[in-house]
Design a binder for this molecule. Sequence first.
Ligand code: 13P
Length: 255
Amino acid sequence: MRRLFIAGNWKMNLNRGQSLSLVQSLAESLRGVSEVDIAVCPPAVYLGELGKALHATNIGLGAQNVNSKAEGAYTGEISCSMLKDVGCRYVILGHSERRAIYGETDSMVNEKLHAVLAAGLTPIVCVGETLEQREAGQTQQVVRSQCLGSLAGLTEDQMLKTVLAYEPVWAIGTGKTASPAQAEEVHKDIRSLLEAQFSVGTAQKVIVLYGGSVKADNALELLSEPNIDGALVGGASLKQDSFEGIIKAATSVRK
Ligand code: 13P
């Protein structure tokens, strides 16, 4: 039995006042929700303050990126222990924007993943194909290769502590969501890859999120698919009512 998990990836949006007011409202309105895991991943500069605001609430705090090194001369970078220090529990790794804009490779994601797990944080590792790759019939091959490269060297126990997110690049910020059947097909394939790499038991336990234009009005049908265990939400996580709507949909799903 997997618990549904809804995480908001704010990307580079909202100012300090808006961030604080959003988490305060969410903490208040989501107070009684216990059947779904919830997290927000704001810009790094606000993590400390929001970590305090979210302390002792049911909303976890996550970062959008991290450096794999422990400390040192890495100007502009942030380490896992710094994230832990300010109350982070989750770290998004290998988001398609980081892969496409900042040149992150599977092996860089893999290095970060090992550092995040060693620090006791929960990684959310993103994979997903571009429109060109989908149209060329390469979706399965691309997603499998990103998974194998990003997850290299994990023990079964570490795999169980890792969250995956399937985010088709063509569905991110475009308003084009993968249909529930399209998303389910990839999620199912990720699970069979995990089965082959680890075990049936582990494959059944790993949380695999879907991301790409998830909104309050399409969340229920996506989350009702057997292998979709939650959502990584971009745009719709920036407003209280839309993020709450997605969480409400998740609470109504019985698997
Ligand atoms: P949107 O929900 O805005 O499409 O973004 C999805 C995403 O990239 C989450 O990480």
